[in-house]
Design a protein around this ligand. Sequence first.
Ligand code: RB5
Length: 147
Amino acid sequence: MRIAIGADHAGFRLKQQLAQHLKDLDHDVDDLGTHGEESVDYPDFGAAVGRAVVAGDADVGVCVCGTGIGIGMAANKVPGVRAAVVHDATSARLAREHNDANVVCLGARLVGSAVAQDIIDVFLSASFEAGRHVRRIDKLARLDGRA
Ligand code: RB5
């Protein structure tokens, strides 16, 4: 799978760990930064990941900041992005199955690296259930002006 990953300074270390984890699983990882612990602004990286997904350069995106909230807000500003902030494997699975989330957002100050890896693994292995959820996803697309 082609995966775009991005983080701000608060998410940098966890991003590095997750990028390595994804490479170990033979995914094609596009690291969009940040590339160090110097203070940066999460909107730049959430937008970059979101744009990569919507452009079709990545199948899914992974975003990390301190809470996952700010970078998720930024990603969701890109029309076509359905970014979900998740804190456990169950919310990661449901974000895929019900919401067809195409970006997963994690809070490095809230979840440890083992939980974060579980979240990523479950997010990537779960699939959209379609059915009744399609109508709702279509409504999200209309809110984005995309349908
Ligand atoms: C950075 O200090 C922090 O505000 C940011 O990583 C994030 O948690 C915002 O949502």
